[in-house]
Design a protein around this ligand. Structure first.
Ligand code: NAD
Length: 312
């Protein structure tokens, strides 16, 4: 990837800013396309002058064409990355997730991009059953967000078959780590729990807390993106990106209790529409084809995240 030109859509967001940082450090020429709907300039502040920023919309041809022109690799992370928001704004979600993918694939095929890597999601599996999810499992979207990501994956497949562009889709499970926004109306569970506990509030648990997730630290997701772009056999593939272990929300609170040395009594509220009960990945395919290994464990990632939230 050194000296290659890479476009990262959504590069000012939580995961995108970590990928941008890694690629800049590796010596790639990095461009970021972001509309700053949920991204922040501050996420990229330490990299100022070392990458180019294009403020624009990944679903608009006029913004996408010049951003993609001359790129070797495209990492498409821009999205409305929230299940509840997609239920409130399904048309905009489709624009940002599915239409943006079509625009980017069209421009990528036209300008000879070597590989297009899509950020997809475990939400594609829906609430099937509590077995670890394999890439070949049926896809049962429970939200407009999940439906739009499945459409985006299908567009990758279709473009790779009909336009000769190499693609790979990564189904991220529950990603966490520094810079994940705890203030957002739709914030994810780990930043929400940590920031509430640190400010002396009781964390809110939707449902009984027995729901489980396969949490994955953001550095592991960056590793998977680099492998998906460069491993020849990844072309045309779909890969789960997770740790392959499940943690319930109550277990998470137990770990945080130990790490923070605080007694924690959550407030229970009704379950949220569109949320799945259990989510666990089978990561065999990513291990075997990509050579992916989750290098940072959930506990270590949680420690690093707690340190980060304490420091801000
Ligand atoms: P995020 O909201 O921090 O990042 C999304 C970024 O995309 C933001 O910077 C936002 O401003 C930008 N953006 C949104 N729509 C855009 C558009 N139309 N044009 C240009 N920029 C746009 O979210 P994140 O958690 O970093 O998610 C990154 C990707 O990973 C998303 O595609 C998301 O669906 C996927 N994903 C995330 C998780 C997770 O646990 N965080 C899990 C599965 C999949």
């Amino acid at each position: 990837l050194k000296n290659s030109t890479c476009l990262i859509t959504g590069g000012a967001g939580f995961i995108g800013s970590h990928l941008t940082t890694r690629l800049v450090e590796l010596g790639a020429n990095v461009r970021v396309l972001d509309n700053f709907s949920t991204g922040f300039h501050a996420n990229l502040e330490p990299l100022k002058g070392r990458f180019s920023l294009i403020e624009g919309d990944a679903s608009k041809e006029a913004d996408v064409r010049p951003a993609v022109d001359g790129c070797d690799y495209v990492f498409h992370l821009a999205a409305m990355a929230s299940v509840p928001r997609s239920i409130a704004e399904p048309v905009l979600c489709n624009d940002w997730v599915a239409s943006s993918t079509v625009q980017l694939l069209t421009a990528s095929a036209a300008s000879g991009v070597r590989r297009f890597v899509l950020a997809s999601t475990s939400a594609a599996y829906g609430d099937s059953s509590f077995v670890s999810k394999r890439e070949t499992d049926p896809l049962i979207p429970l939200s407009p967000y999940a439906a739009a990501k499945i459409a985006a994956e299908q567009y990758c497949h279709a473009f790779s078959r009909s336009c000769g562009i190499e693609t790979a889709a990564l189904r991220y499970f529950n990603v966490f780590g520094p810079r994940q926004d705890p203030q957002s109306e739709y914030s994810a569970v780990i930043p929400r729990f940590v920031s509430m506990i640190l400010s002396g509030e009781r964390p809110i648990v939707y449902g009984d807390g027995g729901q489980s997730r396969d949490f994955v630290y953001v550095d592991n997701v960056v590793d998977a993106n680099l492998l998906a772009a460069t491993v020849p056999e990844a072309s045309g593939g779909v890969f789960n990106v997770a740790c392959g272990s499940s943690t319930t929300l109550l277990e998470l609170l137990g770990w945080l209790r130990e790490m923070l040395g605080k007694e924690i009594t959550p407030i229970h509220e009704p379950p949220r529409a569109g949320d799945v009960r259990d989510s666990l990945a089978d990561i065999t395919q990513a291990r075997q084809v990509l050579g992916y290994e989750p290098r940072v464990s959930v506990a270590e990632g949680l420690r690093r995240s707690v340190e980060y939230y304490r420091s801000i």
